[in-house]
Design a protein around this ligand. Structure first.
Ligand code: 1HN
Length: 365
């Protein structure tokens, strides 16, 4: 390969160009490139190593939203617009490196939704699946496929693909939850549909608690035939998940990398609760410092209880209840809990696992 002089400048190596390409020969190829371009043809050798990177190059960056700073904006949003006008009163958490795209990671959406006493959010359905993780409030409901569930802080609620859903708040206080959605995965495949329900409310077809009664006790109705890829349990109440997590912590030693991490599962399959978004709950006992870890799923963490510090690459974030953090793909991180802490997490890990490319690395445990 010929050496080219660039004076004081570093060699101009176009991003992604194959290193064996002789840059000094490139000017002589320009006329060819231009004619090819006229036919919508482009040389792979100028972009190959940018397309197929040696390691993950997440477009999102590590980030944190402090609930203390965000909450006043949610309250102000309530003065600006009603749920009826907005359809869903949500402030989108946009990754600082992906502004204007409604993405918290390259593949997932995150928003904070607030619904005031007496408000209702009208029924609609879409191909995108949604999760709710309740941040504050109690006694507001969401209805999914004609069954209501009353929610409180820490509950994890699923709205499976194409199920009718609406929300209402019959309590005397605002309710705030995290909305996690997979519409960017749906849209990557151009497979999105959406319908509005042709009435103000969707009829209730099952009594509240029916899904939990049928599927929520490690038992299944004997002739149950799965009707959906998502878990038939659509509310995993914190009362039960918190107790399970702490029972686990009393029964076993903490994992060096995870502390105590338990995934929400679909009782019909034993797999992840949702087909496109992995969800889990993590308990970090007081004083525990997890060993460095990385995985290929860019992750959203919601602090449920406790406070601590997380190192993500060379950045340090200290967190409090309801703060939200992003850990990009393949960036080494570790947590340290000041007091007993619980984190809720979600990512596209389940999609990567199905496609066979999810990887993790547990570093010097
Ligand atoms: C949606 O349908 C809800 O149903 C919340 O509460 C947030 C963000 C984007 C697209 C649809 C909801 C959403 C959403």
């Amino acid at each position: 390969m010929k050496h080219i002089e660039h004076g004081q400048d570093a060699p101009q190596q176009p991003l992604g160009i194959v290193p064996t390409v002789d840059l000094s020969a490139e000017p002589g190829r320009q006329e060819f490139y231009q004619r090819a371009d006229g036919k919508s043809l482009a040389p792979l050798w100028r972009v190959l190593h940018g397309l197929v990177t040696a390691t993950p190059q997440p477009p999102c960056t590590a980030a944190q939203w402090k609930y203390r700073e965000v909450r006043p904006f949610l309250m102000e949003a309530c003065e600006q617009i009603s749920t009826a006008e907005a359809e869903r009163r949500v402030l989108v958490l946009e990754n600082p490196s992906l502004r204007g795209q409604s993405r918290i990671t390259q593949s997932l959406f995150c928003g904070l939704q607030i619904i005031l006493p007496g408000e209702v959010a009208p029924p609609h359905r879409h191909v995108a699946s949604a999760l709710r993780f309740i941040v504050e409030g109690r006694d507001a409901y969401t209805a999914v496929g004609g069954e209501r569930t009353t929610m409180e802080a820490g509950d994890f609620v699923i709205t499976p693909s194409m199920t009718w859903h609406d929300h209402g708040n019959e309590s005397d206080a605002p309710m705030v939850w995290v909305d996690g959605l997979d519409m960017h995965i749906v849209n990557m495949m151009a497979a999105s549909f959406r319908d509005s329900y042709p009435a103000a409310t969707h009829p209730l077809v099952r009594p509240e608690g029916a899904a939990a009664a049928e599927f929520g006790s490690n038992l299944l109705p004997i002739d149950h035939q799965p009707g959906s890829l998502a878990s038939p349990i659509f509310n995993y109440p914190y009362r039960a998940t918190r107790e399970a997590l702490h029972r686990y912590a009393r029964a076993a030693a903490p994992d060096a990398w995870h502390g105590y991490k338990m995934k929400y599962i679909n009782p019909v399959t034993g797999g992840w609760a949702m087909p496109t978004i992995s969800t889990w709950l993590q308990h970090l006992p007081k004083g525990l410092k997890t060993a460095p870890y990385r995985a290929t799923d860019s992750t959203v963490l919601v602090v449920v209880e406790g406070s601590g510090t997380t190192r993500i690459g060379d950045q340090h974030f200290s967190w409090q209840p309801h703060d939200i953090l992003v850990i990009p793909s393949w960036v080494e991180h570790q947590h340290c809990a000041d007091g007993d802490a619980v984190l809720f997490g979600y990512s596209d890990r389940v999609v990567q696992e199905k496609l066979g490319f999810w990887r993790e690395e547990k570093i010097n445990g």
